[in-house]
Design a binder for this molecule. Structure first.
Ligand code: NAD
Length: 478
């Protein structure tokens, strides 16, 4: 574990960060630990005045920040990664208490956030010479957009804040960040740490409900919204941003298929598929949400996955014995229970789970379902919880058609011992990312985002970074 620095001692009180100052507020929201259902902290809530003050500060800071070189800005981001690692014990414990995921996964989220930040800040964005002949010189360069509003969800608040935040800052923008009202605390603490590094106004951290997010999307002085959340809210964000023609990057939901071909060894892949479906109790945008298994290996795969489900201990994430934590909030718990009830009503077969434990906390056992209709809620909707269908197929063409028969298009995977055949099939998935013999692998250098209704634009990589910039052509007659 990393050592704590003496320089910054983090405490369990929380403040907004506006123009380099920690700001307390009159209004608070109560943050519930989903493993106990008890309020464990109070979080300040920003109002319209806080938002306006933050936006003004971000605009004032823009000139000096955008005038720095990429290398200079990368230097600030490297310091951020160091601070995150130094304080990861504190941050990870806070993340588990507000989000619910096991402590080891909170530590991994912070480690990954730190290394992805370093990765993003190492990407070169060259000026592109398009024409350079006897008559003309034409180049394409990229300028920062200005003030970027970042809005994040509750399933991975650290990672999903750091990706857009570092991308926006590295490319010369200043930012206003608003986390989900369900998980605002770790984000505010990151703001407190970053205050030690970044000049006043460059970073502003607010907390608040959906209304604050809406105010950001229509604010005339915010130039771009980077939004991660549900498809439904993504559409509202885009409609509202249209009023000021803001640029948007939308990272939205998914209903990821995994197609398992007949030549796999079910025992050998079960652990990987189970993890890809149930990590963070299924509350991952790119988790496997539908498993299509060839009839020849179907029964064996069902048994192997059911064994994994039965061995996966769930409970309070602070207890290292537990592999899975609770569902993050009551609203989502009720939604997943609604899908469970529908699945029972239509007579599907349960291989594991399906019965809720009698204990405090939004706990839901890992539940695998078979013999279920393709038109059921569990197959059609993004369940975003620990209940996953296994669907049988005979002809792979039919599996590809069913996998693509959804408005979602975030990602998907194909599993086989024949890599070439699996690759050909993966290329036919209509998704932002198609994996072969893996699922859920991302990197700072590889673009990530959704096809179809799973989003617009990409995060990470040079492609993602260009989404935080305006392309400008310079054309010179010689
Ligand atoms: P959500 O859409 O309900 O909320 C996300 C954020 O938007 C919150 O901060 C919320 O306060 C804010 N918000 C709500 N209404 C708003 C409005 N009208 N205008 C502006 N902001 C508003 O999503 P959630 O329930 O927090 O997160 C779960 C969803 O996020 C799932 O669908 C999941 O798949 C998706 N997600 C996508 C990715 C990705 O990278 N594609 C990653 C993680 C999660």
């Amino acid at each position: 574990m990393a050592k704590q620095t003496d320089a910054i001692e983090l405490q369990k009180n929380f403040a907004l960060l506006i123009d380099g100052k920690l700001v307390e507020t009159e209004n608070f929201l109560r943050v519930i630990n989903p493993a106990t259902e008890k309020v464990f902290a109070h979080c300040p809530v920003a109002d319209q005045t806080h938002l306006n003050t933050s936006v003004s500060a971000a605009r004032r800071a823009l000139d000096a920040w955008s005038s720095k070189s990429y290398e200079e800005r990368a230097g600030y981001i490297q310091q951020l990664a160091i601070l995150l690692r130094e304080h990861k014990d504190f941050l990870a414990s806070l993340l588990t208490q507000e989000q619910g995921k096991p402590l080891s996964q909170s530590v991994a989220e912070i480690d990954r956030g730190a290394s992805q930040s370093e990765g993003i800040a190492g990407i070169e964005i060259p000026i592109e010479a398009l024409v350079d002949d006897e008559e003309r010189y034409i180049e394409l360069q990229y300028r920062p957009l200005g003030v970027v509003g970042i809005i994040t969800p509750w399933n991975a608040p650290v990672n999903l804040a750091l990706g857009p935040l570092v991308s926006a800052l590295y490319t010369g923008n200043t930012i206003i960040l608003k986390p989900s009202p369900y998980t605002p605390l770790t984000t505010l603490k990151m703001g407190e740490l970053m205050r030690e590094i970044f000049p006043a106004g460059v970073i502003n951290f607010l907390a608040g409900g959906d209304e604050l997010g809406h105010e950001m999307t229509k604010h005339p002085e915010i130039n771009k919204i980077s939004f991660t959340g549900s498809v439904e809210t993504g559409k509202k964000v885009m409609a509202s941003a249209a009023g000021t023609l803001k640029r948007v990057t939308l990272e939205l939901g998914g209903n990821d298929p995994a197609i398992i071909l007949e030549d796999v060894d079910p025992e050998a892949i079960a652990k990987k598929i189970f993890f890809a479906a149930f990590v963070n109790s299924g509350q991952v945008c790119m988790a496997v949400k539908r498993i299509y298994a060839h009839e020849e290996i179907y029964e064996e795969l069902c048994s192997a996955l059911a064994k994994e489900a039965k061995n996966a201990k769930y409970g309070n994430g602070l207890d290292p014995e537990n592999h899975l934590g609770p569902i993050q909030n009551k609203m989502q718990f009720n939604k997943v229970v609604g899908i469970l009830e529908d699945t029972k009503k239509i007579g599907a077969r349960f291989l594991s789970g399906g019965t809720l434990p009698d204990m405090p906390g939004y706990f839901f056992p890992p539940t695998l379902v078979t013999d279920i209709d393709e038109d059921s809620r569990l197959v059609r909707e993004e369940q975003f919880g620990p209940i996953v269908p296994i669907l049988k197929y005979k002809d792979v063409e039919d599996a590809i058609r069913r996998a693509n028969d959804t408005p979602y298009g975030l990602s998907g995977s194909v599993w086989s011992n024949d890599r070439e055949r699996a690759t050909k099939i993966a290329k036919r998935l209509r998704v932002g990312t198609a994996w072969v013999n893996q699922h859920r692998a991302t990197s700072a250098y590889v673009p990530f985002g959704g096809a179809k209704e799973s989003g617009i634009g990409r995060q990470y990589s040079i492609l993602g970074l260009k989404g935080y910039m305006e392309p400008e052509v310079l054309s010179v007659v010689k």
